[in-house]
Structure formats: C-alpha cells, structure tokens
Design a binder for this molecule. Structure first.
Ligand code: UD2
Length: 299
C-alpha cells in the first residue's frame, strides 16, 4: 500500500494509540490529543504528537494539514461524564467532529469515525443489527448518533468518503482502570488488589466485549473499503453476563476477591450483542480474539 499522511485524533488514548502503533510502519502518522485522558506514554515515538484541543480551530487546521486519511477517536468517552457535563461533551463529541468533517471536505480525505452501540440505547432485539432504531439514553449516545448520521450525510451530500464504526464494549491493554472506565479494567483492578468485585444489580445483563486489536483491524479495513457512506457494528457477535465475567476474571487472576452485588445502575442496558454480519460481508471483518483468550493475556 502507498504511504499516506494519516491523522489519528485521540491517538494518545486507549483505542487511538493501538491504531497508531499499527499505522506507523507504512504511513506518516500525526496525532491530535489534548492528553486529558490520553497519555504521553502511549504515544508511539514514530508518530508526531500535536498536543492541543480539537475544539480549537487553529489546532485543528494544523493537525489536518495535507492529510489523506483521518481516524477520529478523540472524544469524551465516558457516558457518566456526558451526563455530568452534557455541554462540554457535546462540544468535544459533536461540534469538533463537524469541524473535522468540514476540514476533511476541503482536503477530500477519508474519515473513519468512532461511533458507538450507545446510539441504540435499550435495543428492541438482540443481536443488534444496524437497522435497530436510534434510542440513546445518554448525552454521549445522542452525540454519537448525530456524529454517525453526519458521517453518512457528508457522503450523501458532498461525496466525502466516510465510514462510521459502531464499537461495542472494548477492552484490552492501556484501558484506564478509573471509575469512569470499562468494567473489565475495573474488575481486573479489584481482582488484583483483592478488593470486592462490584457487580451492579443481579449481573444478568449481557455485553459483547471486543478486544482492542480487533477494533484496530476493523479500522484498517474501513480505511480501504469501497463500501463507504456506511455504518458498521463492530463487536464479536458473542456476549456474556456481567456475573459470568466477574467469575471468569476472578478465576483467571487466581484472586480471592469476593463478588458483591450493588444496586443496579440507573438506565443500564439489559442485553447487548452485536450482529456483525454487515461488517463481515462488506468489510471482511472477523473478530480474532475470543474473550477468554483476551482476558488471559490481559490478566
Ligand atoms: C459501554 C461504553 C460506553 C457506551 C455504551 C453503549 C465503556 C466504558 N463504556 O457502556 O462508551 O458505548 O457501552 O451502551 O466501554 N458494571 C458493574 N460493575 C462495575 C462497572 C460496571 O457491574 O464496577 C456493569 C455495568 O452496570 C454494565 C456493565 O458492567 O452493566 C458494563 O459497564 P461499562 O461501564 O463497562 O460499559 P457500558 O456497557 O455501560
């Protein structure tokens, strides 16, 4: 493949930094990140870091100069934070995305965007297909719905090559283990420290956990697909209950932590599992890391 000038927004973050690692060999890679949740230690030394706020138009101009391809991973990723600060989350997740799409339109650069299964809210059926209606239950989900829809509109209206990837529950190395983070990194921290593993509610809720390396593969496929102007579910097509997850993590880490049940989380999704047939057919995406394997290598 020809070497490209590639921008990864959020390239110091969890997903973005893994993507950068996969891109640097063949491409000239630039990162835009304000290091608010991303870390300098995640930044691949072969990439160029532009440290700044994506909401700032001069910073965005500098970051997008001469790029051929953009992976947009920057955002306020915590649902809870979006509930606490809906306006800031909207500025980062939506206003900045629109500004980025405008730059891409000037440059005629393909944009692969991080969308989310949060757009579906409580699904009417599982597995969840892309035809499921949008019914977000958080500002985060609403912002991602609009981002996702804007991506498709930019293809329809302006012929810009866009692909929206609707990520399910991502886990893997470098995911932060703070309170705003994903359940796997939280359970891992609790199991390692011998603290109680905190299952919200009865633990019967299900999730489709997809390893970050598979997310990277999906992004690389989206970068070259001819099927643009489309959104794709990216998960594994399998799911587990949170109770099972807690038990597996305790076993794999040989921990003696207790598993405790706390109050259910308000607005929690009961069942989530991706129908990935569209991504398989059109992108050639196949998940390669089953959960037990991903967990053993993580713990
Ligand atoms: C994930 C994504 C979110 C959005 C959403 C779409 C993360 C961090 N969040 O939210 O960005 O895409 O999916 O619906 O990836 N849980 C416990 N104990 C804990 C923490 C969590 O039982 O200490 C439960 C929680 O109640 C939920 C499940 O684990 O049922 C997953 O929680 P999460 O915060 O990892 O992710 P989720 O699905 O709420």
């Amino acid at each position: 493949p020809v070497s490209k000038t590639v921008l990864v927004t959020g390239g110091a973050g969890f997903v973005g930094s893994h993507l950068v690692d996969a891109l640097v060999q063949e491409n000239d890679v630039r990162i835009l990140d304000d290091l608010s949740t991303g870390k300098r230690s995640n930044v691949n030394e072969e990439a160029t870091l532009i440290e700044g706020d994506i909401r700032d138009s001069e910073t965005l101009d500098r970051a997008t100069e001469n790029v051929d391809l953009i992976f947009h991973e920057a955002g306020v990723v915590s649902v809870q934070q979006s509930v606490e600060e809906p306006m800031r989350a909207n500025e980062v997740n939506l206003d900045a995305t629109l500004a980025l799409l405008e730059r891409a339109r000037d440059l005629d650069a393909r944009v692969v965007l991080a969308s989310s299964c949060a757009i579906y809210g409580q699904p009417t059926e599982v597995p969840i297909s892309e035809d499921e209606s949008f019914s977000p239950s958080s500002p985060y989900g609403l912002q991602k719905s609009a981002l996702d829809h804007y991506a498709l509109l930019y293809e329809e209206l302006y012929g810009l090559e866009t692909v929206a990837l609707r990520y399910f529950n991502i886990y893997g190395p470098r995911q932060s283990s703070g309170d705003y983070s994903g359940v796997i990194s939280i359970f891992k921290r609790q199991a390692t420290n011998g603290d109680p593993i905190t299952v919200d509610g009865d633990g019967e809720q299900t999730r489709d956990f997809v390893h970050v390396d598979d997310i990277v593969r999906a992004n690389l496929l989206a970068a070259t697909t001819e099927h643009v102007g489309e959104a794709y579910n990216i998960g594994t097509g399998d799911s587990v209950t949170i109770r099972e997850l807690a038990e597996t993590i305790r076993d794999v880490s040989a921990s003696s932590s207790d598993i405790v049940h706390t109050d259910p989380r308000p607005g929690d999704i009961d069942e989530s599992e991706a129908d990935i047939s569209k991504a398989t057919e059109k992108l050639g995406y196949e998940p390669t890391i089953p959960l037990d394997e991903g967990l053993s290598s993580l713990l």
